[in-house]
Design a protein around this ligand. Structure first.
Ligand code: ASP
Ligand code: MG
Length: 429
């Protein structure tokens, strides 16, 4: 008998019918002889609706109260799911994050898990019950207040619990059949990836692919917890996220993916670009610019500094950042105009990022060239480039993101002959 942790996202528990369907699936897993722990997200768009409600009451709701409000969403789904399981003749007990022993720091809205003490969960499953846990929430070790882990954080709850319970697998259910070579909403010929490494998944998630919460993958990698990403709307085998050695071993004999250099194409429309124009080319200027951005708590992504013009000795520095932080960054930088002595600031939020990811690229030359040729053939202009060992990313105009994704997908022969991907729900979570 093994322990299975299953996480169901908002679209899998969107209404009463969906909850009953998920309940049947959970009971089947139990009947197969497993101890089952289930982590749930809030039903459908509940979290967004609760945020709207808070904003109608107050433009800047206190973070502590916002967390208290948002965690209510997961409490609703855990309780009704437990009821649905009871109705099928099985015992289920629901637990808040705090009751389940999810201990976090005190950063409201983006708390980090620092410990998991799942004594009550272990006791419940040892007594034969199914344990249902509210995702996305915990309790602060210092303040004892209720915290949330950041949007999409239920994935992280699930992996953290799976690790603490030494589960055999963490299954993450959403409304698509697994991780695809590109977003099937853009590229209908995208193919399901049978196995992918933690590192590639991290790159895909960090580059905007809406597959898994980034911290959940980091957590799984640290503790080597296999994740099975699959759909709650079908019985199909999904994608296994495992350590890189296991990708190579397991894909032998499945030959579909073994020769692939590129595992997938990710895109991100949530970024904006700031250019600091006419920066004096001398030591300390970049430091001053990025210190100001960092002090405003903004996470930047790509940076490009031009070669300075010989005549003026002035250079331009561009970087990308989350769109939502654009105004804060512009305000912080304007304050530096006289001290740094740059000419102007430009802000562009009609950009998007397209990335190719694959562990095989570190040992194959010519990957960037093939990517850029494909973009050029599709008439896509590249504004910025950045790379890692297993990724090449470009910033392009937002209107060209879809063309760029399809061009890259075709250039690396990622497509299948048939349309494989089914998008069952609405929001992709
Ligand atoms: N309900 C939360 C959200 O929508 C957490 C989650 O879905 O994982 O962000
Ligand atoms: Mg959600």
């Amino acid at each position: 008998m093994g322990i299975v942790v299953q996480k169901y996202g908002g679209s899998s528990v969107a209404d009463a019918e969906a909850i009953k369907r998920v309940a049947r699936r959970i009971v089947e897993t139990k009947k197969d002889g497993n101890q089952v722990v289930v982590v749930v997200s809030a039903m459908g768009d509940t979290t967004d609706e609760l945020i709207d409600l808070a904003n109608q009451v107050s433009p800047l709701p206190p973070a502590r109260e916002l967390d208290m409000l948002l965690t209510a969403g997961e409490r609703i789904s855990m309780a009704v799911l437990a009821m649905a399981i009871h109705d099928l003749g099985h015992e289920a007990r629901s637990f808040t994050g705090s009751q389940a022993g999810v201990i976090t720091d005190a950063e409201h809205g983006r708390a980090k898990i620092i410990d998991v003490t799942p004594g009550r969960i272990q006791a419940a499953i040892d007594e034969g019950a199914i344990a249902i846990v509210a995702g996305f929430q915990g309790v602060s070790q210092t303040t004892k207040d209720i915290t949330t882990l950041g949007r999409g954080g239920s994935d992280t709850t699930a992996v953290a619990l799976a690790v603490a319970l030494a589960a055999d697998v963490c299954e993450i259910y959403s409304d698509v059949d697994g991780i695809f070579t590109a977003d099937p909403r853009i590229e209908p010929r995208a193919r399901k990836v049978p196995r992918i490494s933690y590192e590639e998944t991290l790159e895909m998630a960090a580059q905007g692919a809406k597959i898994l919460h980034l911290r959940c993958v980091e957590y799984a990698r640290r503790y080597d917890m296999p994740i099975h990403v699959r759909s709650s709307f079908s019985e199909k085998e999904g994608t296994w996220v495992v350590k890189s050695q296991d990708v190579a071993v397991d894909n032998q004999g499945e030959n579909a993916m073994e020769a692939a250099i590129i595992t997938g194409v990710a895109h991100d429309r949530s970024q904006a670009k700031i250019t600091v124009v006419g920066v004096p080319d001398k030591p300390g200027e970049a430091a001053a610019i990025f210190r100001a951005v960092a002090d405003a708590q903004i996470n930047i992504d790509m940076i490009v500094q031009n070669v300075s013009a010989a005549a003026t000795s002035l250079t331009d520095v561009s970087f990308t950042l989350p769109r939502g932080e654009g105004q804060t960054a512009m305000a912080a930088l304007s304050k530096l105009q006289t001290s740094v002595g740059f000419e102007t600031l430009q802000y562009d939020d009609s950009v998007g990022k397209v990335s190719i990811v694959g562990a095989g690229m570190s040992s194959s030359p010519g990957i960037s060239a093939r990517f850029f040729e494909a973009l050029s053939d599709a008439g896509v202009n590249i504004e910025m480039i950045s790379t890692s060992e297993i990724r090449v990313s470009v910033v392009v105009a937002e209107t060209q993101v879809e063309d760029a994704v399809r061009a890259a997908h075709a250039a690396f022969d990622l497509g299948s002959d048939e349309v494989e991907a089914v998008v069952y729900g609405g929001t992709g979570r």
